[in-house]
Design a protein around this ligand. Structure first.
Ligand SMILES: *[C@@H]1O[C@H](CO)[C@@H](O)[C@H](O)[C@H]1NC(C)=O
Ligand SMILES: *[C@@H]1O[C@H](CO)[C@@H](O)[C@H](O)[C@H]1NC(C)=O
Ligand SMILES: *[C@@H]1O[C@H](CO)[C@@H](O)[C@H](O)[C@H]1NC(C)=O
Ligand SMILES: *[C@@H]1O[C@H](CO)[C@@H](O)[C@H](O)[C@H]1NC(C)=O
Length: 420
């Protein structure tokens, strides 16, 4: 054996050795901490009717378990478990094991629609220094948020919607300065909405709908203007400020020139807006406007929004709006949902432009007259009940409830028309 050849062999076996160390690492199952943290999570699950966690087994490669993803160093970074909201068996029951904190390198947690997970806000997340996305949504967590929740100051997204959390939004939340999304809708939060929104320079989504918040809209929401695209405050108990002059509530957004908001929902609070706020009318980016039950009292023909072409959704139900929707609807191009129930609208339905994009139309409880046009057949949902419509209803899939309470509509699904 020549020395050169010996050297070659030595080098080759060194390579092989190094390579096989590589092989060994990649064939390794799972970091022991990650494995024990995840198995503790599984142990906290009492029911898993769909077997979401069926391949979570000791001694197997945890990076390949359902809902788990790792990066190249084989440490678990992402955990995403989704129940199936429409499937009666598509849920998980149990509690979130505090030992999930052992999965130290987690960056993203998505527990969505697990529905039967009980307990309070899981504090193990405090021990995950790299966590930036935390979504625990449509589970069944309850109780107040911890007052020191602001310790999670690296979070980019916090989603806790659809649980049973209660109490106020803790003040410390203002320390989450990196937040781009905050979803707290569909809980039982109460108290005033804190006035700390100037602490969130990057917030794009703010969703606080379907809670029990009271008081006014905090003025600092205006400082979100540069980025905010979506503001949902509907179904709370918010009210406008009451100025000296009695019984005249003012527009609670005097200075809220939130130019980027594309989707606004303030429906069903205690606002008495009177008119549609000016900054809404002058917006050129709004495509979803929902101000149902907001005390708006106006002739719709007097509303001159600057830009309606891109409106997809308009919900002004349960106000005191009179006049005709014909011009407004004619000025849109992509309307998908139009809800105007419970107003005092008076126009001939034959003049209503049924855009091809329109799927959902509710004009119930108004004074709409004329006959029902053939073009309703393309809609997915329709409600024309309690108006002053007359004549034969075109053949469609809609039930009688969509047409009852009119002056003289007839034909299926209502009783047949009589020849006169
Ligand atoms: C889980 O949730 C389903 C549907 O939400 C419910 O019918 C069932 O009783 C729950 N099971 C438990 C153990 O809570
Ligand atoms: C609808 O708009 C078109 C142009 O966009 C216009 O020509 C037409 O007269 C309008 N119809 C009604 C009923 O306003
Ligand atoms: C239609 O409108 C009436 C009156 O607003 C309401 O009571 C009814 O629930 C609505 N029906 C449907 C199917 O939306
Ligand atoms: C509604 O408009 C149609 C079409 O212009 C017209 O034929 C009809 O007479 C109008 N109906 C009423 C009640 O004004």
């Amino acid at each position: 054996m020549t020395p050169r050849y010996a050297m070659f062999l030595a080098f080759a076996s060194l390579l092989l050795f190094l390579y096989c160390k590589g092989c060994y690492v990649s064939a390794a199952t799972c970091h022991p901490d990650d494995e024990s943290g995840l198995l503790a999570f599984k142990a906290g699950i009492t029911e898993d009717p769909l077997g979401l966690l069926s391949n979570w087994k000791p001694g197997t490669e945890c990076c390949h378990w359902n809902g788990i993803s790792c990066l190249e160093d084989k440490r678990v970074r992402f955990i995403s478990l989704y129940g199936q909201p429409d499937n009666p068996k598509g849920y998980l029951s149990g509690t979130f094991s505090p030992l999930l904190s052992k999965v130290r390198n987690l960056r993203s947690i998505n527990f969505i629609d697990l529905r039967n997970m009980t307990g309070s806000f899981p504090k193990f997340v405090y021990h995950l220094p790299r966590l930036i996305f935390l979504h625990i949504e449509n589970c069944k967590l309850s109780g107040p948020l911890p007052t020191d929740i602001g310790r999670l100051s690296n979070l980019n997204e916090l989603g806790l919607k659809g649980n049973r959390f209660s109490g106020p939004i803790p003040n410390s939340l203002r320390n989450m300065k990196e937040l781009t999304q905050l979803h707290l809708g569909g809980n039982r939060f109460s108290g005033e909405i804190p006035n700390f929104w100037d602490s969130f320079p990057n917030l794009v989504y703010l969703q606080l709908q379907n809670n029990k918040f009271s008081g006014g809209i905090p003025t600092s929401i205006a400082s979100l203007a540069p980025k905010l695209g979506n503001l949902e405050l509907n179904n709370n108990q918010l009210s406008g400020k009451i100025p000296e002059s009695m019984n005249k509530l003012v527009d609670p957004f005097p200075d809220l020139a939130i130019e980027r908001i594309a989707s606004l929902d303030l429906s069903y609070n205690k606002f008495k807006l009177g008119k549609i706020p000016k900054w809404v009318s002058s917006s050129t980016v709004i495509n979803s406007l929902k101000l149902a039950g907001c005390g708006i009292k106006m002739r719709l023909d007097d509303w001159k929004p600057s830009w309606t072409l891109y409106y997809n959704f308009i919900d002004l139900s349960d106000n005191e709006i009179s006049g005709s929707v014909v011009n407004l609807v004619n000025g849109t191009e992509r309307l998908e949902g139009f809800w105007m129930s419970g107003n005092q609208l008076k126009f001939n339905l034959s003049d209503f432009k049924m855009h091809e994009s329109l799927k959902n139309l509710d004009l119930s409880r108004n004074q709409v007259f004329g006959s029902v046009p053939q073009s309703i057949v393309g809609l997915e949902k329709l409600n024309l009940s309690y108006n002053r419509l007359c004549g034969k209803i075109p053949m469609s899939k809609f039930p009688a409830a969509a047409f009852v309470g009119n002056a003289c509509l007839c034909g299926s699904p209502l009783p047949a028309c009589r020849r006169q």
